[in-house]
Design a protein around this ligand. Structure first.
Ligand code: 9MG
Length: 384
């Protein structure tokens, strides 16, 4: 006779309600759900029915607990009080694990790259490349790139992310010399203008030169695995970091990407990279993590990650999302790279609802407007 189906099987349409049948052997990851904001959040926090997410404006009233199993993963969901009751019945190491997980999810984040993370911050995209998927060729000239960087900042970008090598699927690498030739003058002039600049690179030599030119953030799509020197450069520079998950490399990453369970695989990869950074002397508060939407992920992977962005607050780091104008928006909602504003805003709002602190976007003014409206609406819930 076949074994009865496990009611907590994560591949079932929804995680099972309640923790009674939840008996994982593997580590448990906590994904906050049932988000609250404004007066509703304040009331639930005051009654002990919710917890603050990363010390920010969003609170959560429920947890989805996720764990690996030999044939995939299991998940169970319920109110925080129920998770606490279930935890009290477990052994000491499970109790410690859940306590540490809740502490990482709830602790206020320190300032990152000089920015308070009490509301979503915008990182404007500036590709100084001939071949990026959305703005490739628009800003390859340094004068135009600097003007665009200034325009992004004037429209409300807290950070301008300058990149000299396309990471779009199928992109061919450029030499470090060419990458540096493209980005260095742009970084220097934007930094001189008082703009917080991030350098989007996977090469240590480019990181080093861009930091010397005034960049304050290293945004590395390889999470500092792409160059043997980059961890040391990041450690001694004191720069803020973005560690992004990518499966494979841009040339081949979209050829049949596979995971055991995408959210747990991405989470565990990022935890491993954070541990490498911490071991190299980089404090956790200098790190932001990013699930890497579209980097070795199909649409189902992207959607699973977007639906559980709050899981990544469990790293204790700030969370960054880059979904702007990406191809999954076109596949799910229609539109070429320059007709994906609606989908990009939908992703940004979904991320803000899960307490994501940094949004990497092309359309800064429009995203800012959408976030302002969203904040006004959720903040005024009690007035109706
Ligand atoms: C450089 N780049 C392109 N897409 C990105 C994303 O989603 N996140 C980060 N951190 N960088 C990205």
């Amino acid at each position: 006779m076949a074994a009865p189906a496990d009611p907590c099987d994560v591949r079932s349409p929804a995680p099972v309600r309640g923790f009674a049948a939840f008996r994982p052997a593997a580590p448990v990851r906590l994904s906050p759900v049932s988000f609250l904001e404004g007066p509703a959040a304040a009331a639930a926090l005051a009654q002990g029915l919710a917890l603050p997410l990363a010390g920010g404006p969003v609170a959560f009233a429920e947890i989805e607990a996720r764990a690996r199993r030999a044939d995939g993963a299991v998940a169970a969901q319920g109110p925080i009080g129920e998770l606490r009751r279930w935890t009290a019945e477990q052994g000491r190491s499970r109790q410690d694990e859940i306590a540490a997980g809740l502490a990482a999810l709830t602790a206020p984040r320190r300032d990152w790259a000089g920015l308070r993370l009490d509301r979503p911050r915008l990182m404007g995209v500036l590709n100084v490349t001939p071949d990026s998927f959305s703005d490739g060729g628009d800003f390859i000239d340094a004068e135009r790139a600097v003007a665009q960087g200034r325009a992004l900042a004037a429209s409300g970008a807290d950070i301008v992310d300058v990149g000299g090598e396309s990471t779009r699927p199928g992109a061919e690498p450029v030499s470090p010399e060419e990458e540096l030739r493209r980005v260095e003058p742009v970084v220097r002039r934007l930094a001189e203008a008082g703009i917080t600049v991030s350098i989007d690179t996977r090469r240590a030599a480019v990181m080093k030169a861009a930091l010397a030119a005034g960049a304050r953030i290293v945004n590395d799509v390889t999470a500092l695995t792409g160059d043997a020197e980059s961890l040391a450069i990041a450690a001694c520079s004191g720069a803020a970091l973005v560690l992004m998950h990518m499966a494979g490399d841009p040339r081949t990453m979209q050829v049949d990407p596979r995971y055991d369970e995408v959210t747990l695989d991405v989470f565990d990869f990022l935890e491993t990279r954070i541990a490498a950074c911490v071991a190299a002397g980089i404090p956790r508060e200098r790190i932001a993590v990013d699930p890497g939407i579209g980097f070795g992920k199909n649409d189902a992977h992207n959607l699973a990650l977007l639906a559980r962005l709050a899981l990544f607050h469990g790293t204790g780091c700030a969370v960054l999302l880059g979904a702007s104008r990406k191809s999954f928006i076109g596949r799910l909602g229609g539109g070429g790279p320059r007709q994906r504003l609606g989908g990009s805003l939908a992703a940004a709002l979904a991320a803000a609802a899960q307490g994501v602190q940094i949004l990497r976007v092309h359309d800064v003014a429009e995203t800012r407007q959408a976030l302002a409206l969203r904040a006004a609406i959720v903040g005024s819930a009690a007035l109706s």
